[in-house]
Write a protein that binds this ligand. Structure first.
Ligand code: FE2
Ligand code: FE2
Length: 186
């Protein structure tokens, strides 16, 4: 039986509720939500897929990054304490509510092609991290710097460095995975 092709778009599709809502308003405050979303939903779900597909080492990596995204949310919340703590995002809540559907969809995909799903999850993770360390947070940093808010700029730089490290970890993991050097436990 031919394996259905699993695309990165299909995985993004699984997270459509969160993807759509975060794309529109890329204000600095909304990135507290994005970080919490990555911490609570996206990376734990990727970890669950990796576990289910038989790759506990990759599951550990996804969980480790999830933990650091929590830290980013804390740093950003501290930053915005002066200008009012952002309210808990409706977007994040909506994504949490949609998780049951997401899980059902992805479990079906994993049954069809576990390695394909794990590989695409790594690619999605890389593109999410790249967007953050190459585009989003450098822009926030530069704007803060231009407006003389140096302490804020320093926090954004810390986030940039951390997201760059995440991208490195995921790129290395993908290379290992593609080379067949990630131990599978079935
Ligand atoms: Fe982050
Ligand atoms: Fe990250």
């Amino acid at each position: 039986m031919a394996m259905p092709e699993i695309t990165e778009e299909m995985i993004f599709e699984c997270f459509a509720a969160a993807q759509q809502s975060t794309a529109g308003s890329a204000t600095a405050e909304s990135f507290v939500d994005v970080e919490e979303y990555e911490n609570q939903i996206m990376y734990p779900e990727f970890a669950r897929w990796a576990e289910k597909a038989g790759y506990p080492q990759l599951a550990t990596l996804f969980r480790k990054v999830a933990g650091e995204e929590k830290l980013h949310a804390v740093w950003l919340r501290e930053l915005y304490a002066d200008i009012g703590v952002p309210s808990r995002g409706e977007d994040t809540q909506r994504a949490i509510d949609a998780l049951t559907t997401i899980r059902a969809n992805c479990d079906a995909l994993i049954d069809m092609n576990p390695d394909g799903v794990v590989e695409k999850a790594l690619r999605v993770a890389i593109s999410v991290e790249e967007r953050e360390y190459q585009d989003i947070y450098p822009r926030f940093r530069d704007q803060a710097r231009a407006e003389g808010r140096d302490a804020e700029a320093a926090v954004y730089q810390r986030v940039v460095d951390s997201e760059a490290q995440h991208a490195d970890w995921f790129r290395a993991a993908l290379a290992e995975f593609e080379a067949g050097r990630v131990a599978a436990v079935h």
